[in-house]
Design a binder for this molecule. Structure first.
Ligand code: PMP
Length: 326
């Protein structure tokens, strides 16, 4: 018999899939690291389990404890699955711009969900950063995960996602393209790949309304770069400890409209029903095309599943209302 001991054992070893149509004008091979094959339908299962295991080992998370996190949904899903298997409770704090599907899904796997306003400063007591931090301090036997600054997040990708991509490409990868939120994925994968071959280029995909690109290029944290945006999962108005700017060769910004349109195109042209940050990542990769030659092997990582966006990027009424389609 061949079976996993529990659902957590099925995390990782996701496929690498060639893109065929959207990339037809590029000279190079483009491969997608397809993370929706994880049991929580996103790459974040990997870091959720790693952060919990490291917290257990450090005595920060004890039997019967409560896991508290400010999460845009996918990390919450990974944490919730691990909490069920390992016997913990979960409280998640989300901002009100996150899709309703994400909130319903987290409640479906037993988590308590608290919704906070998006349009307040991170330091405002109502912000989701502040509320999750306060709950962490006030709830007995609790552990505040802090995926932004918890370096077990990066480590998960250094230990699993990075080595998988290296092995699956037979060491032929030349460029890695990925959306950046907490920075765990790009920093862990990027560090591992550069240790194998320092010539591999690491590209971060950012949003308009986020500080990353300007900070990377100038070293200036420019508050004028910060304004509300629609794209989900990537871009930040803070500098998380998990973003290792030194291993990133460049950032490319993608508009909300392009990210939404390309999320639809991935489904229609490639049969890849994926989340909004996948649309941003593939559009960003296409914008970077002048950096690629025929010998390149470009890997783009797709973070999460389309089912979480059926009320938005896969709803043409919403797309029209936003002015993204006619
Ligand atoms: N896309 C989606 C859908 C996400 O949930 C996240 C995590 N916020 C990212 C991209 C960015 O990944 P990371 O946090 O590892 O930078």
């Amino acid at each position: 018999m061949q079976y996993a001991e529990n659902i957590l054992e099925t995390i990782g070893n996701t496929p690498l899939v060639k893109l065929n149509k959207l990339t037809k004008d590029l000279p190079c091979l483009v491969l997608a690291k397809y993370e929706t094959f994880n049991p929580g339908n996103s790459v974040k299962d990997r870091m959720a389990v790693k952060m919990i295991e490291d917290a257990e080992a450090q005595g920060l998370l004890k039997p019967g404890g409560t896991i508290i996190e400010g999460t845009s949904g996918n990390t919450g899903m990974g944490l919730a699955l691990a909490a069920i298997v390992k016997g913990y409770k979960c409280i998640f704090v989300l901002s009100d711009k996150q899709s309703k599907e994400k909130m319903d899904i987290l409640r479906a796997v037993g988590a308590e969900v608290i919704v906070c306003p998006t349009d307040v400063e991170p330091t405002d007591p109502r912000s989701y950063y502040s509320v999750s931090k306060r709950l962490g301090e006030e709830t007995p036997n609790s552990w505040y995960v802090n995926q932004y600054d918890n370096l077990s997040n990066t480590k998960a990708h250094y230990e699993s996602t990075g080595p998988e991509i290296w092995k699956q490409t037979g060491g032929k990868i030349t460029n890695f393209v990925v959306g950046v939120g907490t920075g765990g994925t790009i920093s862990g994968v990027g560090k591992y790949l550069k240790e194998q071959n320092p010539d591999i280029k690491i590209w971060g995909i950012d949003t308009y309304g986020s500080v990353f690109k300007k900070y990377h290029e100038t070293g200036i944290f420019d508050e004028n770069e910060i304004y509300p945006y629609v794209t989900e999962g990537i871009g930040e108005d803070i500098l998380p400890k998990n973003v290792n700017f030194d291993i990133i060769d460049g950032f490319e910004k993608v508009t909300d409209k392009d990210a939404a349109v390309y999320t639809q195109l991935l489904a229609k042209e490639e049969g890849m029903f994926l989340g909004n940050s996948a649309g941003a990542a593939i559009k960003g990769l296409l914008q970077l095309k002048d950096h690629f030659t025929k010998d390149d092997v470009v890997v783009v990582l797709f973070h999460d599943h389309g089912s979480r966006y059926v009320g938005k990027m896969f709803n043409n009424e919403w797309m029209k209302k936003m002015g993204y389609i006619d």
